[in-house]
Write a protein that binds this ligand. Structure first.
Ligand code: MRU
Length: 367
């Protein structure tokens, strides 16, 4: 996607210095556009844990590049295998919910373990990480094309009037490498000349919607309005939402969708009001091992994300307290939307029903 007219991915290897991976540091957006250099596994773990980068798809790619850094570091020790394993374990433990993290580490570690020579291991890791990133871009683009058909039909049914789409959190290009998952159909529709307008849930406590989705939609020129998280139900009751599209951090083999906290409430409101509720995801976000969303570890983050809020004033980033000093807070970062509330799963292969049979058929038919 373009930032002030220049094309960026969200993670890439430094073009001249092979020891550096570069990322857009999302903590500073929308106020500052900051690129961070990452040269060690510890830095990559911190970037994932402390959300310099966030969103399941980029987390999977960061895992791949993290394994590359792990191979480089292990090569400097006397015991490659042990040092490499320890670093891969540290990467996997950085955040619990997005399945892409473990998937990216395992996939890249497998090619390292299969290579014999140390230089070959390092080279293979970098190649695999690059492949993950490129494949995810392709998957996002395909998700965009499949989701476009849904938006096109709604636009035709409305005689070209704006299609109002509600999204939660940021499943945009910042959460991916390019295009996004939930936003990919929106960008595809906008680029095809369809009139779209996006309701952007602010997404407390970290405000990924207000800070990130609003920023990237604005960079692309897509009409949007930021709303507080409690507004969606009211809009749906009043016919102001034609479609909900969200992303997912992990979808289990029965079609249950684990996504940013608050997604479930949007799905309930959509169900009650007959609004189609779609989830956009690449196959890398499907956990075939787990039978149901209730098996997924839900990340519990620090209280300070709830008790305070970040903003900008006169060019300075400030953090201010919101709650009484002694009130405890709970910060569950994700929730589970049961499959029966999901109209369809938009994947790189098309639209699948959110069910065990639907998903199995969807992926088997394509093989
Ligand atoms: O905690 P985050 O910001 O990493 O959570 C990410 C999300 O939940 C996204 O909204 C998204 O739906 C999944 S990533 C494509």
């Amino acid at each position: 996607m373009k930032v002030d007219g220049k094309h960026y991915y969200t993670i890439w290897k430094h073009p001249e210095d092979i020891s550096k991976i570069q990322i857009i540091d999302q903590r500073h957006l929308p106020h500052r556009f900051v690129i961070e250099d990452i040269t060690t596994v510890d830095q990559m773990v911190a970037a994932i844990r402390d959300m310099h980068l966030r969103g399941a798809i980029i987390i999977g790619a960061a895992a791949g590049y993290g394994v590359y850094l792990a191979a480089r570091e292990a090569a400097e020790t006397g015991n490659f295998d042990q040092a490499f394993k320890d670093r891969c374990d540290a990467l996997k433990a950085a955040r619990p919910t997005a399945v892409n993290l473990e998937w990216g580490v395992n996939r890249t570690a497998a090619v390292v373990n299969a290579a014999i020579d140390i230089n070959e291991k390092i080279h293979a890791a970098l190649q695999e990480a690059d492949d993950i990133a490129l494949e995810e871009i392709d998957r996002s683009q395909r998700i965009g094309a499949h989701g476009l058909s849904i938006i096109k039909k709604l636009s035709q049914a409305k005689g070209g009037e704006p299609v109002n789409i509600l999204t939660h959190c940021n499943a945009g290009w910042l959460a991916c490498i390019d295009h996004g998952t939930a936003t990919a159909p929106i960008y595809a529709a906008y680029d095809a000349g369809i009139d779209v307008h996006v309701w952007v849930d602010e997404t407390r406590p970290r405000n990924q919607g207000a800070r990130l989705t609003a920023w990237e939609l604005g960079q692309h020129g897509v009409k949007h309005t930021v709303i507080v998280d409690n507004t969606g139900g009211h809009l749906m009751q009043n016919g102001m939402v034609d479609l909900v599209i969200v992303g997912t951090d992990r979808t289990t083999s029965n079609g249950d969708v684990v996504n940013k906290i608050g997604t479930y409430l949007k799905a309930l409101a959509a169900h009650d009001n007959g609004v189609p509720f779609y989830v956009a995801l690449p196959s890398s976000s499907i956990d075939w091992e787990l039978q149901s969303g209730s098996d997924v570890p839900i990340e519990l983050r620090g209280e300070e994300e709830v008790t305070s809020i970040w903003g900008e004033s006169d060019g300075e980033l400030l953090c201010v307290r919101l709650t009484p000093k002694n009130s405890p807070a709970a910060n569950y970062a994700f929730d589970v939307t049961p499959a029966h509330l999901v109209t369809g799963l938009i994947t790189e292969l098309g639209v699948s029903s959110a069910s065990a049979e639907g998903l199995r058929e969807h992926f088997n038919n394509a093989r």
